[in-house]
Write a new protein. Structure first.
Length: 209
């Protein structure tokens, strides 16, 4: 839990400041043409997504979950209703208008739907007292919450690998190069999150689960 918490804190310390300043000029995402409110939707997504990320760390911390079950329940509600739900809706909005090309737009929409769907399934399962199913769906939800960090780690690798191919594969087009990097990072983050969560669920014997 320690390394995960430090990674999340480092990510938030890097990602949050440009959006807490409420200055569109500091946005790290270009303004899509024809969507003047994009920055403010992005700010909402980042803030609610940060709540979800911190909530996910608290929710999967075994000691906290065992020692303070009441806090776990309240933190879970915050994770769902003050984190994933509003951040996911914002992600659908800004994802559909992503300036990084159609492939990334599809990835963003699919990721948002999966995030909302897994979280809803986990919330519904706990409401019906199906705690085993609740745990499985929430592990998938938490993995998707952290997929943005994986996305950011993939980006520089994709840039280094693809940059020499700008004159050949991309025909000298910087736009095609940047959109390809964004698409690989976006799809890669989602795929790795889903594969990791399933591996985590399958790695233990059924009795331990």
């Amino acid at each position: 839990m320690g390394p995960l918490a430090l990674l999340v804190l480092a990510f938030l310390a890097f990602s949050l400041p440009p959006y807490l300043a409420f200055d569109p000029a500091r946005s790290r995402v270009p303004q899509p043409a024809g969507f003047l409110a994009h920055y403010w939707f992005l700010v909402a997504h980042v803030i609610f997504g940060s709540v979800a990320m911190v909530g996910a760390v608290l929710q999967i911390w075994p000691w906290l979950r065992r020692t303070y079950p009441v806090f776990h329940r309240y933190a879970g509600r915050a994770y769902v209703f003050a984190g994933v739900l509003p951040a996911g809706v914002m992600a659908l909005t800004i994802g559909s208008q992503s300036p990084f090309g159609p492939t990334t737009r599809v990835s963003d929409i699919v990721a948002a739907l999966l995030w909302l769907g897994c979280t809803f399934a986990g919330w519904r399962a706990v409401r019906e007292r199906r705690f085993g199913d609740h745990r499985k769906w929430m592990i998938r939800s938490a993995s998707l919450t952290f997929s943005i960090i994986v996305n950011r780690l993939i980006t520089p690798i994709a840039m280094v690998v693809l940059e020499p191919q700008i004159p050949t594969t991309f025909g000298g087009s910087e736009l095609a190069y940047s959109q390809s990097v964004a698409a690989i990072s976006s799809w890669g983050g989602v795929a790795i999150a889903l594969v990791f969560s399933q591996w985590w669920l399958e790695r233990k014997p059924a009795t331990a689960r």
